[in-house]
Design a protein around this ligand. Structure first.
Ligand SMILES: [Zn+2]
Length: 95
């Protein structure tokens, strides 16, 4: 990416975060500043299975499917992923 494209996507993500309506309400995320939040992919979208997943593709996927994402802190995002992983393992073992 060129410098200009880089700046654009950085600013675009910041603006999207600032106006994003779906934020995690847990104690880690509730009062976190925007800079500490990241998009957590919560429901499948076309991007989930797509081969091409650059920042720009992600940006437009979030913009077009906001309900499939939540703003979370890194900590909450990782905790959620770990819980999903545990559930996945448990379900696989029950089969
Ligand atoms: Zn949270």
């Amino acid at each position: 990416m060129t410098n200009e494209a880089n700046r654009w996507i950085k600013q675009a993500f910041h603006d999207l975060k600032a106006s994003f309506p779906y934020r995690c309400r847990c104690r880690f995320c509730k009062n976190a500043p925007i800079g500490k939040l990241e998009f957590s992919h919560e429901r499948a979208t076309a991007l989930s299975h797509g081969a091409k997943r650059g920042r720009k593709e992600k940006y437009y996927d979030i913009k077009n499917h906001p309900k499939s994402y939540r703003l979370r802190t890194r900590r909450c995002h990782l905790l959620r992923k770990a819980a999903q992983h545990k559930r996945f393992i448990r379900e696989a073992q029950q089969r």
